[in-house]
Ligand binder design. Sequence first.
Ligand code: FES
Length: 572
Amino acid sequence: MSDGLRKGLPSYGDEAFSLFIRKVFIKAMGYSDDALDRPIVGITNTSSDYSPCHGNVPQLIESVKRGVLLAGGLPMVFPTISIHEIFTHPTSMYLRNLMAMDTEEMMRAQPMDAAVLIGGCDKTLPAQVMAAASANLPAIVLPTGPMIVGHHRGEVLGACTDCRRLWSDFRADKITAAEMEQISGRLAPSVGTCMVMGSASTMACLLEAMGLALPMSATAPAVHADRMRIAEASGRCAAKMAKSGAPKPGELLTPDAVHNALVALQALGGSTNAVIHLAAIAGRAGVEFDLVAVDRVGREVPVLVNLKPSGAHYMEHFHHAGGMPALLRELQPFLRLEARNVAGDTIRDAIARAEEVPNQDVIRNLDTPLKQEGAIAVLRGNLAPRGAVIKQSAASPQLKQHTGCAVVFDSIEDMSSRIDAPDLDVRADDVLVLRNAGPIGAPGMPEAGSLPIPQKLARAGVKDMVRISDARMSGTAFGTVVLHIAPEAAMGGPLAIVETGDRIRLDVEARALELLVDQMEIKRRLEAWRQRPLRRDPATRGYAKLFEQCVLQADEGCDFDFLLRDGGRAKS
Ligand code: FES
């Protein structure tokens, strides 16, 4: 099946010459004819000095290469852009589609029979899988793996759930600036991705559940020898795929795989960001995806994984408790067990090989769940006609049914400038509303949805409030936070017309988010908004313009409309 070096020749009008000249140039690097005759495995290099989450990529590449060579393939490393959550402005989500386009086009443009996708930080794995789905080239995902945990004054710490908790304590004057300096060197004590069940860990786990990565590849710590062995095995697997030409992403990204991902997402206490990424991946694969299924699965599947921010432990503990295969074993009644993985096995096979770890408290069983319902609930109502999500597993139980008065912020800048103002008229039972922070409004839908508790309330001991927005939230965050309201305010969604003082009702059990304002008044305000929409200046050039014109809403995955499998258009 392999085409090797003959694949995708440049057009010089003479195919034989094109191959000849390709060989001329590659031989400049010292390759032999024997090497150049092998099936080629492309390996993405997403190493960057800006990405500590990818700090082990050079070592992983060496291990992958070893696996490819041992299995008779030729490894070829190529760079793609890399996105680190904390080092990208305005937000990493803004660049996810750019990374997906870059990766897809380089997978198509360069000769390779299969690819190993090495990524980890939040948006990188989704971008790479979106690319692979569109290129439909055999590909295996290799996550960079989570960091090991940190320690401070006898407490175990992890980025970034504890970053947020400790920052809140600092804002409430419970921690000094000097101690915060010390803590800043302890929250992320190794390379690798955040070691709680944030977006990076969630996506790595979901992709393993979908069969796109080898068993145990989501959880092995970035600096553990297991990680390097998994990299070698991934290289071997990729060489096998390069020889056989299978399985292609289209064979793995099936409705069953997406269903299994939703089951895993709910049981993991996973990140709300995963809902957006799964929608985007499904859109690339032509698999139907809707928020109704997310909620239905969430009603049935309890949270079983006792990891922060929903629980107590960290990713390395999950790994040592048996990782995803052990979790999937507990979830068997909900899974489509005949779904296949990159190695040609079924999920049933992977479960059969799962390790039994006695006396562990990280992976619960169905009789002793961490939470009775899944992590994520989907809300609807006159404030969110196309849906909104809440990570109910990380919300305060007493706020899941709550009615309060809106305190509205028109933008992230407005929120930043006023949230801590001593004269801000706000009470603990109010509802903080942030708008114009969605895919188009911000742009890029930043993780600003977990609005800070106003400082005067934080100092008075308030730890959580109902917060609603069209933004996203880090998977490492916690609180009663309603996100991804669609349509967003910048598109004229009802969030655009909420006024300070309006009453808002949240009822997670009833899956309701309602603006308690007379229907005629809502209509009047929407009409007035259409006459004079509150929006920032439109982008005039470059990627910003492309983004603004083509990005889909949150419920559709925030992909670009022209990148969907059928080149479809957004819902109106
Ligand atoms: Fe990269 Fe958290 S910042 S995974």
